[in-house]
Design a protein around this ligand. Structure first.
Ligand code: GLC
Length: 420
């Protein structure tokens, strides 16, 4: 069949449909890596959505990738930390000299992500600090010209594809702190980057990413410059024509997207349109050296989140925050390996499944919780929090007593073959 061609109109772009691979593979790995991975510091405050106010959120921001913004606030603890550690005359851009990634082996990363059971990987090619992890012709502030002198995006794309996974590009199209010397406290859409020149910059770079890497996910963040919104039908059609089975998320300030996103407690989750949860293993996306077992999810809780989201029509894009030298802290790597071991055993209840429209969850009298997924004619009831010592359940949907395997304290599926 001839490949469909998209034209640069909303009408045409909106005929794109969600590719099956995205709904089937359920799990992606997000990577926040950049100059902020050097200071790797943020307060351990709240999950996104739990701060008492926007002002408080930004001043005590737990996102280590927001370091530059937080140190610009003179009364913040991050500002104090920065001055004490690096000196008050040390500009953020200077971190580029020591961002050398000397222990980075992209093949090892790709193997770990594969082992975790992921189907796709998304890398921050440019985060809000404006530093690019690829060879952009539109700025010298990038990793090929500075720091490691390597095309991090290109090398990782190759390694990820060699493991049979898909590669996506995160790109911060609206926020770019190189154009704006003041801290953000909120109202981002109102006072940011309102020039045509900046809108063109973002359009050029997003196009560059598509042309260089054909990413399977065009992952936008926060929004798109107001003056460039009229270009989006062109950008999206260019993308779909190059990557027909690509996906676009819902952070481009327009009403077209292949899937919505949720982030910790915020965002959109829907049973009728595919969504994706992105979050860190702890409170931050970028590596925060202050995080430990108190804030990082346990492996069990990570599995539980995946199960919960998949039963409710979501994917999980779980974030890894590598160190500046290119190594992944063991506290994060161990969570990924444990998740992979669980998926290796119970992946049939996750991969390729769809939601059961009628019911997603039950809570039993003994306190156990049940999440449902459907695979063709089979129904999976994934049991969590079964009281200690028990290995049987009776579900509200079936009178027969069912045996539940124990796998430490992790959720475990029971298959109801031919239920439908
Ligand atoms: C956000 C944050 C950010 C993080 C991201 C991931 O909106 O600004 O630091 O990259 O979303 O979803």
């Amino acid at each position: 069949m001839a490949q469909k061609t998209f034209s640069p109109t909303w009408e045409s772009v909106k005929t794109h449909s969600l590719p099956q691979w995205y709904d089937d593979c359920k799990l992606g790995i997000f990577i926040h890596w950049g100059l902020y991975s050097i200071p790797a510091w943020a307060e351990l405050t709240w999950e996104l959505g739990a701060a008492p106010s926007e002002n408080e959120w930004f001043k005590h921001n737990p996102y280590a990738e927001w370091y530059l913004n937080t140190i610009r606030m003179e009364d913040s603890l991050a500002h104090k930390h920065h001055n004490e550690t690096y000196g008050s005359d040390f500009p953020y851009e200077k971190f580029a000299d020591s961002f050398t990634c000397e222990n980075w082996n992209p093949d090892e990363w790709a193997k770990l992500f594969k082992q975790a059971g992921a189907g796709y990987v998304v890398l921050t090619t440019k985060h809000h600090d404006g530093f690019c992890l690829y060879d952009s012709q539109y700025t010298d502030y990038n990793t090929v010209n500075m720091g490691p002198k390597r095309d991090l995006t290109g090398e990782l794309t190759k390694a990820v594809r060699a493991e049979g996974m898909r590669m996506g590009t995160y790109y911060s199209g609206l926020l770019d702190w190189t154009t704006y010397p003041y801290p953000t406290y909120g109202n981002i859409k109102e006072d940011y980057n309102r020039t045509y020149a900046f809108a063109d910059y973002s359009l050029n770079q997003a196009t560059e990413l598509i042309d260089k890497y054909s990413p399977s996910l065009l992952w936008g963040d926060i929004g798109w410059p107001e003056k460039g919104i009229e270009n989006l039908p062109w950008l999206f059609s260019h993308y779909y024509n190059n990557v027909p089975d690509g996906v676009i998320n819902d952070r481009f300030s327009c009403d077209w997207y292949d899937h919505s996103t949720a982030e910790y407690l915020l965002g959109t989750r829907s049973l009728s349109k595919k969504w994706e949860m992105c979050r860190g293993l702890g409170l931050s996306f970028g590596y925060n050296m202050c995080e430990g077992d108190d804030t990082v999810l346990s492996s069990r809780d990570l599995v539980r989140l995946l199960v919960e989201y998949v039963s409710h029509n979501g994917n999980l894009l779980i974030n890894v925050g590598p160190r500046a030298d290119g190594t992944i802290p063991e506290i994060q790597a161990s969570r990924l390996r444990d998740l992979g071991a669980w998926l290796e055993k119970y992946g049939d209840a996750i991969y390729g499944t769809r939601i059961w429209e009628e019911k997603q969850k039950d809570t039993l009298e003994n306190g156990a919780e049940v999440f449902y997924t459907r695979n063709g004619a089979d129904l999976y009831a994934i049991i969590d929090n079964l009281p200690d010592g028990m290995d049987k359940v009776i579900l509200p949907i079936c009178s027969q007593e069912l045996h539940v395997e124990r796998y430490s304290n992790y959720p475990v599926p029971v298959k109801l073959e031919g239920y439908f």
